[in-house]
Design a protein around this ligand. Structure first.
Ligand SMILES: N[C@@H](CCC(=O)N[C@@H](CS)C(=O)NCC(=O)O)C(=O)O
Length: 230
């Protein structure tokens, strides 16, 4: 069995995608969290874009880009998460190609500097939601992207659907309820243990604190953590 080291920032959704795939394959790995503002030299030396995730395999190969990492893990460790059928697989890959667009739109409110920008960003969310809702029509009775079998598409979208819910709880966005298949899919992904790198409440608090510290428009709706009085 190869040795895996996954280098991460604690709340990075792209790292989370790689971690999910490792967990789905019941593969042991060392999860090493580094600071975004203080990236160590050993990391800069193995990460061509200076980004996380990096998956170091056997202290020998450094893989980067979450999609490439997910595909590599799927080719090298069973069970296969991609569908057997080549056409199905191509369609699944097309939807993982859509992920950066989906992610950018669905989390844009967390970067909006003004109320007007926030409202504009929130207004865009139904477009990618509608596209996924349509794609999910072929899932049958679900609950995953391809139906009963979990896939790399599930692993890819879970972190971003989770962040939509976090942002919806900071300030109500109210979109996902209008897309029944997407809502059920997202609930199934959030229930799945592999989605979670940290206890759910602790992770949501970490995410909220990141957004609060960004000092953008929506930060005002997030309370600072309470000091613990002994
Ligand atoms: N396309 C990349 C995105 C990775 C990414 O954006 N990682 C962020 C953290 S969530 C990062 O390392 N940002 C640091 C930077 O941009 O310098 C992937 O899928 O792995």
């Amino acid at each position: 069995m190869a040795k895996y080291l996954l280098v991460s920032f604690q709340t990075c959704p792209w790292v989370q995608r790689a971690a999910i795939v490792l967990r789905e394959k019941a593969t042991a790995f060392e999860f090493r969290h580094i600071e975004r503002d203080n990236r160590p030299d050993w990391f800069l030396a193995i990460s061509p874009h200076k980004k996380v995730p990096v998956l170091r395999v056997d202290d020998r190969i450094s893989l980067f880009e979450s999609n490439a990492i997910a595909e590599y893990l799927d080719e090298t460790i069973s069970p296969r998460l991609h569908p057997e059928d080549p056409a199905e697989r191509a369609i699944n890959r097309a939807w993982t190609d859509y992920l950066p667009t989906f992610a950018g739109i669905v989390t844009a409110t967390a970067y909006a500097e003004s109320e007007a920008d926030y409202l504009k960003a929130a207004e865009q969310i139904p477009t990618p939601f509608e596209r996924l809702e349509k794609a999910l029509e072929k899932q049958g009775s679900g609950p995953y992207f391809n139906g009963a079998r979990y896939s790399l598409v599930d692993a890819a979208y879970a972190p971003f659907l989770q962040r939509y819910h976090f942002l919806d709880r900071v300030k109500t966005l109210g979109h996902i309820e209008k897309f029944p298949r997407l809502a059920v899919w997202s609930a199934a992904l959030l229930k799945r243990p592999s989605t979670h790198s940290f206890p759910a409440a602790e992770f949501e608090a970490l995410y909220r604190e990141n957004v609060r510290r960004r000092k953008i428009w929506v930060s005002q709706f997030i309370e600072a953590p309470q000091a613990i009085v002994a």
